[in-house]
Design a protein around this ligand. Structure first.
Ligand code: P61
Length: 461
């Protein structure tokens, strides 16, 4: 094999789905009716859907075959045992429970461990994690390194936890007030940035020193492992599975959304080494999700996860995945579009503060950009800025903007070709050239928790 030539996709296409681009006037009308919130659009009205990489991957023939072959049973389905075998092999935890998606794992974890007045540090909580801590009257705390917030800075592990800040925080609040510490790999909220093995090891050492359980939000663990393999000394010759096993060996458990790197449309897991926690998780699971051998899923979904996890740790697949994201990033970078550098493991994030410097945070620049991109191209992106992460001060009613204003172009796995992404880049570059004309938005409705899903906006002036 010629090492110089980059390999193409390690799969070919067996089935296709038609997509339609409506005329611009129709897109304008549709987004107005959707309250300028792309979550409120019908999927059939979207041409290229980069809203999320969650539950939108193309499954393989091997996964589909397993879904048909497995048995459906309330108790003891064979797919439960094949998932259990996979989890032991790739994650290495002693116990796991299946759940219907990542936030169900968070609900069970935090309902069990978080009490009023406690604090949960994380490199950066994603919004569902944050919401589930808050629902249990805990305080989510983000302690990512400062580099995470500098979108232009090139640095290999911008997802890292600031371990000095973490230790100071534990001393200040006392370990009794911290029921667990988390690390999210990759760090979705700040650009899908990876966390280094060294950082995970150090965080784990601090957690152990103070007797605090350490959990990993493992949604995109395999993409994170691939970054470690490519960027961290000593890992270049290790397999993704070996790297994953080392990561998880430092933790007491993990939450996982199968909708990302199990390459399935639904599913998740909560894993732990603690017998005591496992008993508690299991009992709550039965009350709110279902019996332990299906956890709120059809058994076929467990089989699809078991098979998809092996596909996600395949190195050729990861190489293709990272190359495709870099392809989109390069087209945008070369045209001067401000993106989070280096690009993340599942998405290219556009920095709306730099794209639209004339729109202040209270007018939601990343939301305005997301809306304009839909009007311009039929492409649906997601806002990860002040609509998703901004806060209202409960005492003063004051709006506290998010630290970053990002528009995320998430790439569903194995779903779109480079040509789709070229179209996305060309439309966004065209929009960049007329960026001064883009106006801000006024938020007219948003619920308190996870408000960005159903928020409504109106154009400013
Ligand atoms: C996403 F707009 N992520 O990135 P569940 N942890 C992490 C995630 O990325 C994550 C979950 C936990 C999504 C879906 C999504 O406001 C939003 O299986 C690091 O979705 O429950 C999910 O996993 C939760 C999109 C979630 C959003 C919330 O697109």
């Amino acid at each position: 094999m010629n090492e110089e030539i980059e390999l193409p996709e390690p799969f070919k296409i067996k089935m296709v789905e038609k997509i339609t681009l409506h005329p611009r006037e129709k897109r304008e009308e549709l987004i107005r009716k959707a309250g300028y919130n792309v979550f409120m659009l019908k999927a059939e009205d979207v041409f290229i859907d980069l809203l999320t990489d969650s539950g939108t991957s193309a499954m393989s023939d091997h996964q589909w075959a397993g879904m048909i072959e497995t048995t459906q049973a309330y108790a003891g389905s064979q797919s439960y045992y094949s998932l259990e075998k996979t989890v032991k092999d790739i994650f290495g935890f002693k116990h796991f429970i299946p759940v219907h998606q990542g936030r169900a794992a968070e609900n069970i974890l935090f309902s069990t461990m978080v009490s009023p007045g406690s604090y949960v540090p994380n490199n950066t909580h994603f919004d569902t994690t944050e919401a589930n801590v808050l629902r249990n009257k805990g305080t989510p705390v983000n302690l990512a390194v400062e580099d995470a917030y500098d979108s232009a800075k090139i640095s290999p592990f911008k997802g890292n936890m600031d371990t000095e800040k973490l230790e100071d925080f534990i001393r200040e609040k006392t370990p009794e007030k911290i029921p667990l510490i988390m690390t999210t790999i990759t760090n979705n909220s700040v650009g899908g940035q990876p966390v280094s093995m060294q950082n995970i090891r150090e965080t784990s050492e601090i957690a152990r020193k103070y007797g605090i359980p350490f959990f990993i939000d493992a949604c995109r663990f395999a993409e994170n492992c691939y970054f470690i393999k490519k960027r961290e000394e000593g890992y270049e010759n290790k397999t993704i599975k070996e790297i994953a096993r080392e990561i998880f060996s430092y933790a007491d458990g993990c939450t996982f959304s199968g909708k990302k790197e199990a390459l399935t449309n639904i599913g998740g897991m909560l894993c732990t080494n603690s017998e005591e926690l496992y008993q508690k998780f299991k009992n709550l699971l039965i009350v709110i999700e279902g019996f332990i051998t299906y956890g709120g899923l059809a058994c076929r979904e467990l089989e699809a996860m078991a098979r998809g996890l092996y596909e996600a740790i395949d190195e050729n697949y990861q190489a293709y995945r990272h190359r495709q994201i870099e392809y989109l990033a390069k087209l945008l970078r070369d045209a001067g579009v401000p993106i989070v550098e280096p690009p993340g493991g599942h998405a290219v994030y556009v920095d709306a503060k730099r794209f639209l410097p004339h729109i202040p945070p209270e007018q939601f620049p990343a939301q305005a950009l997301t809306v304009q991109l839909y009007i311009e191209s039929g492409v649906r992106a997601a806002e990860l800025g002040s609509s998703c992460f901004g806060k209202i001060d409960e005492k003063t009613g004051e709006f506290i903007p998010a630290r970053m204003e990002l528009m995320r172009l998430a790439i569903p796995r194995r779903t779109y070709t480079d040509n789709h992404l070229r179209y996305v880049a060309e439309c966004l570059i065209r929009l960049y050239k007329k960026r001064e004309r883009i106006k801000g938005l006024k938020r007219v409705y948003a619920p308190k928790l996870l408000g960005h899903f159903t928020a409504r906006f109106e154009p400013v002036g």
